[in-house]
Design a protein around this ligand. Structure first.
Ligand code: PMV
Length: 334
């Protein structure tokens, strides 16, 4: 029996992923760029050798769709490892689940890292991010952490890697930690099928990825912020163009966008973004993050984050193997 424990953090996209080019391989229609957080870690332990696949999420045995997704993901890992062994998965997730803060990103990045080790796979960071991609698109970018680009491409070419960027921080304004009205998978499908703005989203986001990488390399924080806020609003406009329409931003979300514009007028670096939910995340600098957090405290629960680490193993052991220095019976028989 082999067990491995890994930790991963969520990431927030500066240039968003919204739409797949190939659903079965989880290939995105465009590239995307994100900042990994240093808050809301997910810690996941995978123990190979169970009677059946099980999932314990935040202390509770889970048998619904979450277990189905985990089992499908473990099937991919088993294929790579040439194993048919079932596994027990225990995951502690500190992200407000389903609140549009991409709990699936840290969740599948931690699961990919722990499962690969528990099944004895020795994957490069690139291959680990390709594997995480199959669990949830945004999880691809939680493997490297930091500021990362996830490339569009074919199965081999669609992975995430770190990019050079100036120091960044974020302020997460949680307006509503409840489940979102419609999950990102279904909402992406509907956007592609019905939003007349979707082709323009793909064209413009492809250009924005290039512009964002240029701004990051140049250390041009203001340009990074402008591109971040504009890309988020373009994503939400594209989603709102679906039929039936999907609207994630609420009046309170929009109020935070207005407040952030006011902070900029006061001379702070503050740029708003939002994922598939009502919560707003403000991109700022390490110098300005305290002032931004204080100014937004009245709008919801406010949490500051620096740039976080990539997914990593906490421990990995073969619980049936003898420890170092122990002589195996077959060796002692020689
Ligand atoms: O892969 P998912 O289902 O977590 O989709 C992520 C979609 C957004 O969070 C809205 C954008 C992004 O790039 O993270």
């Amino acid at each position: 029996m082999t067990t491995a424990t890994a930790v991963a953090h969520p990431n927030i996209a500066l240039v968003k992923y919204w739409g797949k080019a190939d659903a079965s391989l989880a290939l995105p229609a465009t590239g995307s760029v994100s900042m990994g957080l240093d808050v809301f870690p997910t810690t996941t332990t995978v123990t190979v050798g169970a009677a059946e696949d099980t999932l314990t999420l935040n202390g509770a045995a889970t048998t619904d769709g979450a277990l189905v997704r985990v089992t499908q993901f473990l099937d991919l890992v088993r294929d790579l490892a040439g194993s048919s062994d079932r596994a027990a998965v225990v995951s502690d997730n500190t992200v407000p689940t389903g609140a549009g803060l991409a709990s699936s990103a840290s969740g599948f990045a931690a699961l990919a890292t722990a499962a690969a080790a528990a099944y004895g796979l020795d994957l490069s960071p690139r291959d680990l991010s390709r594997l995480a991609r199959r669990g949830s698109g945004s999880a691809t970018r939680s493997i490297p952490g930091g500021v990362a680009v996830w490339h569009a491409g074919d199965d081999q070419g669609s992975y995430a890697e770190p990019v050079p960027a100036p120091p960044m921080a974020m302020v997460v304004v949680t307006i509503d930690a409840g489940p979102k009205p419609i999950g990102s998978r279904e909402a992406m499908r509907r956007t592609i099928a019905t939003s007349p703005f979707y082709p323009a989203w793909v064209t413009s986001t492809t250009e924005t990825v290039t512009d964002m990488l240029t701004a990051c390399a140049a250390g041009d924080f203001t340009r990074i912020g402008e591109l971040t806020e504009s890309n988020a609003l373009r994503m939400h406009a594209t989603i709102e163009g679906a039929f039936p329409p999907i609207r994630y931003l609420t009046a309170r979300s929009v109020a935070v966008f207005d407040a952030v514009a006011g902070l900029r007028a006061d001379g702070l670096q503050a740029w708003a973004t939002a994922d598939a939910g009502p919560n707003v995340v403000v991109l700022t600098t390490p110098e300005d993050r305290g002032a931004v957090a204080a100014a937004l405290a009245g709008y919801g629960d406010v949490i500051e984050s620096g740039t976080g680490p990539g997914a990593h193993l906490l421990r990995s052991e073969d619980t049936e193997a003898p420890g170092p220095g122990v002589v195996r019976p077959e060796e002692s028989a020689e």
